[in-house]
Design a protein around this ligand. Structure first.
Ligand SMILES: Cc1cc2nc3c(=O)[nH]c(=O)nc-3n(C[C@H](O)[C@H](O)[C@H](O)COP(=O)(O)OP(=O)(O)OC[C@H]3O[C@@H](n4cnc5c(N)ncnc54)[C@H](O)[C@@H]3O)c2cc1C
Length: 461
């Protein structure tokens, strides 16, 4: 089994040779810090809207080194945050509905650009399934559905599948029911980010790799090679944000870990089904997520070690053996026939979580500083929408995107250490214990422990 090496996705396509670093001090109209989906989509739409703009992207490692090249490959319309919290913005519930509508459209927008730019990222819009494997999970799914209906989601957006309907799509040991939504596509994440980086550089954006930004101030991004001066400097560093001066408590770098099997044989796929290539998750508190890959494997992720003290980061995606074993147990439980394919690769990465679990897209017109992120693990499609929004905000063009409720949203800061570490570790201990109790107990009651966890975390509905 390979471990780390950034991700299976990158190893499968080959890590590209580094693009040149910033040669020295320079000037630009817009300087973007971070070459993941957020930074690259922003550059993409800015350059298309105004080809005359001089845009520089500064990337510490290589484009797609972060979560954008390591994720589960769900291009999901799921809201990165809490509806009720976003509804406190002036747009109220209507604003939340518009954000959700835009996110649904974003899944198609990503597919459209892939087609237009010749990006072959194995994108298939098969929708998404959230399965229940315990009575308590099933009860939660039904409550979630009722909540979605109360917000106006109809059958076409989300619906319940009973066990027989689920079996018709995908056979998972122990599954009793599922929610299905069509608004999600599967993708090979590194192929997407590499293709996007290619489209961006072809359009004339200067993308400098191996160029870490050491600090940002109005009009300047500082690097060891010199500074980039620009009226707009946009921080697009999501899970890495805590490494920037002054940002230690802005976004918590939450870890997520993945494993991928070897290719499954025809007999295994025949017994599993999964012909419609839905993305898959469960309704556990410490949930799993998965996809059937374009190369015939199962890629499956979960939380693993949720957080490293002091907002620490992984080393090129290396995963602890205990996490691999934990994810392996989930794979074996859900897909016993997949076990013979073995685990080919394990890796991890960080995503950005704000204290109130609501993402932000922001440009301060007084300072020219902007940022976007905090998608809480739902960032693949959201980064596209955020990028389009940053592009409108930088150009000062009012649009339906610039009034969405995440624009200008301010999240509180995280607690200092060691409270931050103890809180996150405590939260996941509660969630995992609650999941164990729920699978041992046949009752449909959500464990009190899990409710206590929700309260500590501040996750809203
Ligand atoms: C294992 C995993 C699974 C996930 N699964 C999903 C999923 O299936 N669906 C979904 O919607 N979301 C998922 N996410 C979340 C999603 O991948 C992210 O929210 C999204 O990729 C964030 O993109 P980004 O460009 O904002 O950040 P990143 O992709 O993390 O990019 C930030 C970039 O900034 C660079 N950088 C950092 N510091 C500096 C600096 N000082 N100077 C210059 N550059 C710097 C980094 O090297 C990195 O390339 C997952 C995340 C992980 C880790």
């Amino acid at each position: 089994m390979r471990n780390g090496e950034v991700s299976y996705w990158w190893q499968a396509r080959g890590i590209p040779p580094r693009r040149p670093s910033l040669p020295g001090a320079t000037e630009a109209d817009v300087c973007i810090v971070g070459g993941g989906y957020t930074g690259l989509w922003t550059a993409y739409y800015l350059k298309r809207a105004d080809p005359g703009l001089r845009i520089v992207v500064l990337e510490a490692a290589f484009a797609g080194f972060g979560a954008s090249g390591r994720n589960g490959g769900w291009v999901t319309a799921a809201l990165p945050g809490s509806r009720s919290r976003y509804a406190r913005h002036p747009g109220g519930r209507k604003g939340v509905r518009e954000l959700e509508r835009q996110l649904r459209g974003t899944v198609d927008e990503v597919a459209r650009v892939c087609l237009a730019e010749g990006i072959d990222a194995g994108l298939v819009k098969g929708g998404t399934l959230t399965i229940a494997t315990t009575a308590a999970q099933d009860a939660r799914l039904r409550r979630r559905l009722a909540h979605d209906r109360s917000w106006g989601d109809e059958e076409g957006t989300v619906r319940y599948l009973n066990q027989a309907e689920l079996d018709d799509r995908l056979r998972i040991t122990g599954a009793v029911g599922a929610l299905y939504s069509p608004h999600c596509a599967r993708v090979q994440p590194a192929d997407l980010v590499a293709g996007l980086a290619g489209a961006v550089t072809r359009s004339g954006v200067l993308l400098y790799e191996a160029t870490p930004v050491t600090s940002i101030s109005p009009g300047r991004a500082h690097t060891p090679a010199g500074e980039v001066r620009a009226p707009f400097v946009l921080r697009c560093t999501e899970g890495f944000t805590a490494t920037m001066p002054g940002q230690r408590r802005t976004l918590l770098p939450m870890n997520s870990s993945m494993i991928i099997t070897g290719p499954l044989g025809d007999a295994a796929w025949k017994s599993i089904g999964w012909d419609r290539l839905e993305t898959l998750s469960d309704e556990a508190h410490a949930y799993m997520y998965a996809q059937r890959t374009a190369d015939g494997r199962i890629a499956l992720g979960g939380r693993g070690v949720p957080y490293r003290f002091g907002s620490g980061l992984d080393h090129d995606g290396a995963v602890a053996p205990s996490t691999v074993a934990q994810l392996g147990r989930i794979l074996r439980r859900m897909f016993p026939v997949a076990v013979e394919a073995g685990i080919a690769h394990a890796w991890c990465g960080v995503l950005g979580v704000p204290r109130d679990w609501c993402a932000t897209v922001m440009v301060d017109p007084r300072t020219g500083l902007g940022w976007a992120g905090g998608y809480t693990g739902q960032g693949v499609a959201a980064a596209n929408l955020a990028g389009r929004t940053l592009a409108d905000l930088v150009r000062g063009v009012p649009s339906p995107l610039t009034t969405l409720p995440w624009v200008g949203h301010r999240s509180p800061r995280w607690e200092p250490e060691p409270t931050r570490w103890a809180g996150v570790r405590g939260l996941y201990t509660l969630y995992r214990t609650a999941d164990r109790l729920e699978s041992a107990d046949r009752s449909a009651r959500t464990s009190l422990l899990a409710r206590a966890g929700d309260l500590i975390s501040g996750i809203g509905d």
